[in-house]
Write a protein that binds this ligand. Sequence first.
Ligand SMILES: Cc1cc2nc3c(=O)[nH]c(=O)nc-3n(C[C@H](O)[C@H](O)[C@H](O)COP(=O)(O)OP(=O)(O)OC[C@H]3O[C@@H](n4cnc5c(N)ncnc54)[C@H](O)[C@@H]3O)c2cc1C
Length: 469
Amino acid sequence: MVVGDFPIETDTIVVGSGPGGYVAAIRAAQLGQKVTIVEKETLGGVCLNVGCIPSKALITAGHRFHQAQHSDDMGIVAENVKVQFDKVQEWKAGVVKKLTGGVEGLLKGNKVEIVRGEAYLTDANTLRVMDDNSAQTYKFNNLILATGSRPIEIPSFKFSKRVLDSTGALSLTDIPEKLIVIGGGYIGTELGTAYANLGSKVTILEGADDILSGFEKQMTTIVKKGLKKKGVDVITKAMAKGVEENDNGVVVKYEVKGEEQSLEADYVLVTVGRRPNTDDIGLEEVGIEMTDRGVIKIDKQCRTNVSNIYAIGDIVDGPPLAHKASYEGKIAAEAISGEPAEIDYLGIPAVCFTDPELATVGYSEAEAKEEGIEVVAAKFPFAANGRALALNSSEGFLKLVTRKEDGLVIGAQIVGAGASDMIAELGLAIESGMTAEDIAMTIHAHPTLGEISMEAAEVAIGSPIHIVK
Ligand SMILES: Cc1cc2nc3c(=O)[nH]c(=O)nc-3n(C[C@H](O)[C@H](O)[C@H](O)COP(=O)(O)OP(=O)(O)OC[C@H]3O[C@@H](n4cnc5c(N)ncnc54)[C@H](O)[C@@H]3O)c2cc1C
């Protein structure tokens, strides 16, 4: 970094290089802006370094190991299958490195200046960037804040060697014999599944009356069945009270139905939500308005109440998801360039990489009804699909939600193998204003899981081929 107090001038500065920030920077540069991106840690943000990517790598490793051990019904009997966890971690780190290196290459390739250090807003056109040794002032016309979020720490569960946040759980050097997960949201359930597949005895403690509250009960019931098969105990309405830590493990105290219980484990993973990184960046210096939920208030173009400052990703409303951050990054960059882009969240999918996977996009049947939209909800089971059977993964269903009056696709939910990839077709259907008939008339290759969307669409229009009406 340049040392000194002569301000450096640029068109647009992006603070934070997660999936929101780096995408915004690239799009702004593509649109002709002179762009600087500031990052205080590693390029790629939470998603690439300690979130989406490493967690999916660990999930894949767990899945492979589990499948190798549990495929005897297909005539595959593998003896002495072992996990070399240090190699798993090494491979995972390699995946992360490839992607973060890729982000650096993309930023440089688009002539985005990369600045290392911590950014702080001093007025509506000025940013101070500090590292350990120096500070530099930057003047900007427009600013995109993309500072992301961090795990919430609860006072009775201070993070330590054995009380882990998601980052700690991703970087363990040994597979725990026993792992307690506090919080049955998507991060806790995904990591719990990964370690259960790798051989840990996992217990999920959830304060509410069910895990994975963002998904429909019909869907999570199938995931819970899968967890049970792996020996995962899910204890709901369980209020975690405190933890005692010793050299070898933890004892977690929790309360169920007014009775105090305790459970021993090697580690406890606390995943009770994430807090936006909105403190310590100087928002108050320029009077940025916040919502009641403590996130930055933005308009349909991701603009804050200060007209040249934009905010995207985990620091604004909506689901804290990487693809939502990237989508907002493109909108903000385009808005700065004078394009008429506006956010529309209907087509944003949410996925949970459990076993089987969960995915949803647009309206659920219940949400549509709440808004007074009359719908047809058409379901097709994985068990009636040839590819699902040949994959030995026939648990699950796809539900297509269409508007009754004209068959317009307004939502879809999937639980089953490959749901994370299958949901893309249905997001596209929503974005492009397709009807159930359009999907039913689209030729899908056989045998594929994709056919399940076509079959559900046929159910919606009343002419299913592979299930009896
Ligand atoms: C374990 C885990 C698994 C996940 N899995 C998924 C998944 O499968 N799919 C999905 O869509 N989402 C997933 N997420 C969520 C996803 O990672 C986030 O929604 C996403 O990273 C948010 O992107 P962002 O750009 O808003 O911020 P971040 O990715 O959090 O990046 C923000 C960046 O800003 C930097 N920064 C902060 N303050 C400053 C400052 N003052 N100066 C300079 N730099 C600063 C930070 O160092 C960081 O690099 C997961 C998260 C976790 C923790």
